[in-house]
Design a protein around this ligand. Structure first.
Ligand code: FES
Length: 287
C-alpha cells in the first residue's frame, strides 16, 4: 500500500534522486520536477500529500512556487529544503505555512521523519492525541501566563516558544497547539518556527544532555567509537533518553572546537580530546 504521494521539486537532480532513493523503498510514491513550472504542471494533474521544494531555483523560485501552490491548495503540506536561505526567504516560507524545513545536506532519517509527520498531519482528526506526561494542568496554567506576557506584542511567538521550552524542557505538539490556540495563530505557523530554528526541540531531553560532535575532525579521531560506547553504556539510542531520564544522547555537526577533537559537550561543558574507549568516564561527574 502506498504510504503517501510526494512531489519533490528541485533544480538539482542529485537532490531529487536522493528523495526517491530514501522515500520510495519506505512505501512513498515520489514524483519529481526539476523546475517550479514542471511542479505546477504535475500538481494540476495529480493529488499529493506532501510537497518538498527547494527555495533557490532559476526562473521561478520556491517562494513564488509556494505562493502559487497556496492559491490552489491552501492546505497541502509543504516542506522547504534548501542550502543557505536568507532571513527574508525564511520569513516568507514561514508565512506560507510550511510544516518543516530541511537544511541541505539532509540525512535519510530526517527526511523520513518529515514525510511521516506530513502523513500524520494529513490523517489529523482521526489520530488520537498522544499523551504527554509533561503537559499537566499546572504546566498549562504556566503556559497561559507566558502567553499573557507577550500576547498582542509584535514578534511574540519566538519569546513565547523560548520561555515555554525553558518551562517544559521541549516543545511537544500538544504544547505547540496550546500556544497556537492562545496566540490565535495557525498551528502550522508555530510548528514551522519550531522546526526551523535548531535551538527549539520537539524531543524531551534528559537531566543532562550529551552531544557528540560528528564533524570531520572529530569523526576521524574516533567520534563514532565514542557514540558506540555512550550508547551502549547508557543503553540509549542516539536521539533518545535514558529510562531514568538522567541523560539524553544526540549528535551534532562541528561545534567549532576542532582543535580539541574529538569533542563531547555535556550540558554547557565542553570536553575535548575525549578518549573514545573511556567515553563513559566523562559522565561520572554528572551521575
Ligand atoms: S569537527 Fe568536532 S568540533 Fe569541529
Amino acid at each position: 500500500m502506498v504510504k503517501g504521494n510526494i512531489l519533490a521539486v528541485d533544480d538539482e537532480q542529485i537532490i531529487l534522486r536522493s528523495c526517491e532513493r530514501i522515500l520510495s523503498p519506505e512505501g512513498y510514491k515520489v514524483d519529481t520536477a526539476t523546475s517550479a513550472r514542471e511542479g505546477l504542471d504535475l500538481l494540476g494533474k495529480n493529488n499529493y500529500d506532501l510537497i518538498i521544494t527547494d527555495i533557490k531555483m532559476p526562473e521561478m523560485d520556491g517562494i513564488e512556487f509556494m505562493r502559487q501552490v497556496r492559491t490552489k491548495n491552501p492546505d497541502i503540506n509543504i516542506v522547504v529544503i534548501t542550502g543557505y536561505p536568507s532571513q527574508e526567504s525564511i520569513k516568507e516560507a514561514l508565512s506560507l505555512r510550511i510544516i518543516d524545513y530541511l537544511p541541505k545536506p539532509f540525512s535519510p532519517i530526517h527526511l523520513l521523519e518529515v514525510a511521516g509527520h506530513a502523513m500524520e498531519l494529513k490523517k489529523k482528526g482521526a489520530a488520537p492525541e498522544p499523551h504527554v506526561e509533561d503537559y499537566t494542568d499546572e504546566v498549562a496554567a504556566k503556559l497561559d501566563a507566558i502567553i499573557a506576557k507577550y500576547k498582542n506584542k509584535p514578534g511574540s511567538l519566538i519569546p513565547v516558544l523560548q520561555e515555554s521550552q525553558e518551562l517544559v524542557g521541549y516543545l511537544p505538539r500538544v504544547v505547540q497547539r496550546h500556544i497556537a490556540k492562545n496566540l490565535k495563530i495557525p498551528v502550522s505557523e508555530v510548528h514551522g518556527v519550531v522546526s526551523f530554528y535548531s535551538f527549539f526541540t520537539m524531543k524531551p531531553k534528559g537531566k543532562h544532555n550529551v552531544r557528540v560532535c560528528l564533524g570531520t575532525a572529530c569523526y576521524v579521531k574516533g567520534a563514532e567509537e565514542i557514540i558506540k560506547k555512550l550508547s551502549g553504556g547508557l543503553k540509549v539510542e542516539v536521539g533518545g533518553i535514558t529510562a531514568d531520564k538522567s541523560f539524553s544522547l544526540e549528535t551534532v555537526r562541528c561545534l567549532g572546537a576542532c582543535g580539541l577533537a574529538p569533542v563531547v559537550v555535556v550540558d554547557k561543558d565542553t570536553h575535548g580530546s575525549v578518549n573514545p574507549v573511556k567515553a563513559m568516564d566523562l559522565l561520572k561527574e554528572y551521575e
